[in-house]
Design a protein around this ligand. Structure first.
Ligand code: NQM
Length: 362
């Protein structure tokens, strides 16, 4: 099918990811046609994505589709799409909290939201999950202010903070109904505080959890074990056959090394994240607080408050996430989650997708 030859597009860094942001009205309404176009925009399938905007890694092959929301509880609708790098696949089965950081600024840039003087707060309906997020960020003189002094691990330099709050989500925090499961002979805690995630003690897989993402990705025996756990856990979590899905994520846990609550290595789900996803971190943080979960023996939880420091390969991510147990209730629920990210407009213009039907030789 022939899509448009050129599309209005903005490239933004959202947290530790980078994505192409579109107004929904600038893309084909038909999802199959839209996804075909996005593959051609990003340059997939191709390990180098040499003929498109993608950066040859899942963290830089992401798309946000934004529109005014019809939901009175929200200002903006945000649909996240993961464009596979080496396969001709576009998935709406996961959400992305890093790309979310750029959605409010993008909505202001495109005139969907009126910027305030000082700060602007945008209520965002995350179409993938149906949940809400509230993002607030610096604005002034009718524009988004990207410059600032907030630093986040995994991004060089500083930028203006984007504060993101997630009210209590709709999914059950423990999708299997248990704090601990034995999956492929491995004790795990399956948790979903915005991102379906399987928590595993690194030691139960024969690794330390301090290896570099590159070394972990090179470990073929580990990859096979993680695949087995993912497929079985996906079924237990009600996600069905996850062979070709980007969820659940798998997070290996080890004792903290730099004063945080826990050290992590997260598989998304095949490549190892160079830091950690926002909703992934929200799920880890909530999962660590689950009584009887696999995180308890590994993590050092602070005595008070909801704030946790999650260590990862390029630093740490501070996040507020708490869980509550009702009276006599064995199943905890997640309370509000909050996190600070930064975002930056990199490019605004017109993207010229590879022509439809052009032969590719993966
Ligand atoms: O968990 C990568 C990222 C993400 C997801 C992934 C994310 C989140 O860092 O909210 O941000 O887990 O695929 O962009």
């Amino acid at each position: 099918m022939n899509g448009p030859e050129k599309v209005r597009c903005m490239l933004l860094r959202g947290g530790t990811s980078k994505g192409a942001y579109f107004l929904a009205g600038d893309l084909p309404a038909d999802p199959a046609e839209r996804d075909g176009l996005l593959l051609r925009v990003m340059g997939s399938p191709d390990p180098r994505q040499i003929d498109g905007l993608g950066g040859a890694h899942p963290l830089t092959s992401k798309v946000a589709v934004v529109s005014v929301s019809a939901d009175p509880a929200a200002d903006i609708d945000y649909l996240f799409l993961q464009v596979a790098v080496e396969k001709a696949e576009v998935s709406d089965r996961q959400n992305c909290g890093n790309i979310l950081a750029g959605v409010g600024p993008f909505a202001v840039e495109r005139g969907l939201v009126e910027p305030g003087e000082g700060r602007t707060s945008v209520r965002i309906r995350m179409v993938n999950s149906g949940d809400l997020a509230i993002a607030s960020f610096s604005t002034g003189g009718g524009r988004v202010v990207y410059e600032g002094s907030a630093e986040i691990s995994g991004v060089p330099g500083t930028a203006a903070p984007v504060v993101i709050e997630f009210p209590r989500g709709s999914a059950p925090l423990l999708p299997t109904g248990r704090a601990r499961d034995l999956v492929a002979d491995t004790p795990v805690t399956c948790v979903d505080n915005g991102m379906p995630t399987v928590l595993i003690a690194a030691s139960s897989l024969g690794v330390t959890g301090y290896e570099s993402p590159k070394d972990l990705e090179a470990d073929q025996a580990l990859a096979a074990r993680l695949r087995e756990i993912r497929l079985e856990a996906g079924k237990l979590m009600g996600l069905g056959d996850v062979e070709n899905a980007t969820v659940p994520k798998l997070t290996l846990l080890a004792p903290p090394r730099s004063g945080g609550a826990v050290m992590t290595r997260t598989f998304i789900p095949v490549r190892c994240h160079t830091s950690i996803g926002v909703l992934g971190a929200a799920s880890v943080a909530a999962g660590l607080r689950v009584e009887g979960g696999v995180g308890h023996a590994v993590a050092r939880l602070p005595d008070r408050g909801d704030r946790l420091r999650i260590e990862h390969p390029t630093g740490f991510l501070d996040i507020e996430a708490g869980v509550e147990y009702g009276p006599g209730d064995a199943s905890p629920v997640a309370r509000r989650t909050a996190v600070v990210r930064t975002a930056r407009k990199i490019f605004d213009g017109t993207v010229f997708p590879r022509p439809a039907g052009a032969a590719h030789h993966p």
